[in-house]
Design a protein around this ligand. Structure first.
Ligand SMILES: Cc1cc2nc3c(=O)[nH]c(=O)nc-3n(C[C@H](O)[C@H](O)[C@H](O)COP(=O)(O)O)c2cc1C
Ligand code: SF4
Ligand code: SF4
Length: 487
């Protein structure tokens, strides 16, 4: 049994993929990338003309350090239609009154620190940039400055100690000016950080003079060398309010404070910035964390610094949700950040109220090219929904559509339950569900060693679904919801 997604996850996503070079008739590496980034419905387009022989040649050319990626088996099993019509749904959306060609932006970080980088990303399809944070301080970075918790060859989470732009601020504003001049349809946002009020105002004015579409206020970097900057500000609602209002009073372009997740009640600084006139709110910056790898030490010392990447997505989404559910902050828009790798991640942020999303760690790992599947995956999704609805569904239509499904714990239905259901065809008899239910659940699964099959004891099962989550083959699904009293 080959798990297509697991096999795709094993692929090294080589830059100039030898498999594709050897294949000639198609682009298996691109097809794998589509699968890897949740765009499986379109994967077929890149291997539609490939015979088994072409794929065998590609497989033989694979440079994987362990086993070649099983391309033939993978694509035989792919349920992707060989030639599906191109998804045409437009992804346009207006953010802070600024037209955006799609909702995908580079997040202020190492992925956008000079003109050439951003220009390349724009050429590849990114709608805009929140440029690396500009400041007036002398930024002295450490080496090394990154660490990662790895899962296979990918980052489950990523820790960084990087601060702000190392360029002189005049150089950065000149870069932004040239970017806006040469890419007028792209959205150029200056991220800035001042040390005190005059500096915030000066940098914001320079952003406006450079022609930037908006200015993001970095209240959230968790590893600043100087105290009273970054997340020290974001954790202090009064300072967030003051600095937002100073900037707001001095520029006409939209002002977008960026929130820190290193706080319990994000609505306190968020409301401060809202009442100070913020046009939108970005969230989240990185989460304070530590890791232990000796290789990541700086001359044998470690420090608290920011965590990002896939692991932080649910936490980032909770921050967006809390702000989006805050009925006091009317008509404020959100820019979602944190762990976004695929169009589906982006969709989730949009469905809880974001008008656009920003991506950092995924680009650091895989490059700007992930924009291809972000765009195509989202277009396919909207095209399918439009066809089903008999009318065009746009990104704007789906902003916040999932908000009503999030309620307080007290408002959840506690009278009914759903039992897990085992699909015998898929079950391989590994016993993982049994061991988890026995040691971490309610001893509601028996395991018949003779036939290597688990059985759910309905009377004991509480419907927690730990078994479904640990099953490696997806053999455990849901049965119908029923009233507990009738159990
Ligand atoms: C190496 C690195 C540098 C960053 N630099 C900045 C920065 O200069 N300004 C800022 O507002 N956020 C900065 N961030 C935070 C990102 O913009 C983003 O908020 C965070 O990484 C979460 O998104 P992600 O999970 O897609 O990486 C940085 C993140 C990383 C990993
Ligand atoms: S050569 Fe192998 S590892 Fe590299 S992209 Fe192709 S299939 Fe993936
Ligand atoms: S975890 Fe899944 S595959 Fe393993 S025994 Fe249970 S149902 Fe079968």
């Amino acid at each position: 049994m080959l798990h297509i997604k697991e096999e795709a996850a094993r692929c090294l996503l080589c830059e100039d993929a030898p498999c594709t070079k050897a294949c000639i008739k198609g682009d298996p590496a691109r097809a794998i990338r589509a699968i890897r980034f949740d765009n499986i419905k379109n994967a077929g387009r890149w291997i539609a003309d490939c015979s088994d022989v072409d794929l065998e040649r590609a497989e033989q050319a694979c440079i994987h350090y362990d086993q070649p990626i099983r391309l033939r088996e993978m694509f035989k099993k792919s349920d992707a239609p060989a030639s599906c019509p191109p998804p045409l749904a437009p992804l346009r959306i207006t953010f802070c009154g600024i037209p955006c060609e799609n909702p995908f932006f580079l997040a202020s970080s190492a992925i956008c620190t000079n003109y050439e980088m951003v220009a390349r990303a724009f050429d590849m399809g990114w709608a805009g940039v929140f440029y690396k944070t500009i400041c007036k301080q002398d930024i002295q970075e450490v080496s090394p400055r990154f660490d990662a918790i790895k899962e296979g060859t990918s980052f489950a989470g990523f820790r960084n100690m990087e601060q702000l732009s190392e360029n002189p601020y005049e150089v950065d504003f000149d870069i932004l000016k040239r970017l806006k001049q040469n890419y007028p349809s792209k959205v150029v946002v200056a991220s800035i950080m001042g040390q005190y009020e005059e500096e915030w105002i000066e940098l914001a004015k320079m952003a406006e003079e450079a022609g930037c579409d908006a200015v993001e206020l970095n209240f959230s970097c968790p590893q600043m060398r100087l105290t009273g900057m970054g997340s020290d500000v974001g954790q202090n609602p009064e300072l967030v309010t003051f600095y937002t209002s100073y900037v707001k009073r001095n520029v006409k372009i939209p002002v977008i404070p960026k929130m820190t997740p290193n706080i319990t009640q994000v609505n306190q600084p968020a409301m401060g910035s809202y009442f100070a006139g913020a046009d939108a709110i970005s969230a989240i910056n990185t989460i304070k964390s530590i890791t232990f790898s000796p290789e990541a030490e700086v001359s044998e010392k470690k420090t608290i610094s920011g965590y990002s990447g896939r692991a932080v997505k649910p936490i980032a989404q909770r921050f967006i949700l809390e702000m989006a559910q805050n009925t006091i902050m009317k008509n404020i828009q959100f820019s979602g950040i944190g762990g976004i790798e695929t169009w589906r991640d982006a969709l989730e942020f949009i469905q809880i109220g974001c008008c656009n999303v920003q991506v950092c760690t995924a680009v650091m790992q895989y490059g700007y090219r992930i924009i291809d599947d972000l765009i195509m995956g989202m277009q396919t999704y909207l095209t399918e929904r439009s066809l089903a609805a008999g009318k065009t569904i746009t990104i704007e239509d789906i902003v916040g559509e999932q908000l009503p499904s999030f309620v307080l714990p007290a408002d959840l239905d506690r009278d009914t339950m759903v039992l897990p259901k085992i699909d015998r065809e898929k079950c391989i008899g590994c016993g993982r569900c049994h061991i988890s239910c026995t040691d971490g659940g309610h001893q509601a699964i028996t395991f018949d060693l003779d036939v290597r099959q688990p059985h759910i004891i309905g009377q004991k099962c509480v419907g927690c679904h730990l078994c479904r989550l640990v099953c490696p083959t997806g053999a455990i699904g849901l049965s119908n919801r029923f009233n507990k009293k009738g159990k």
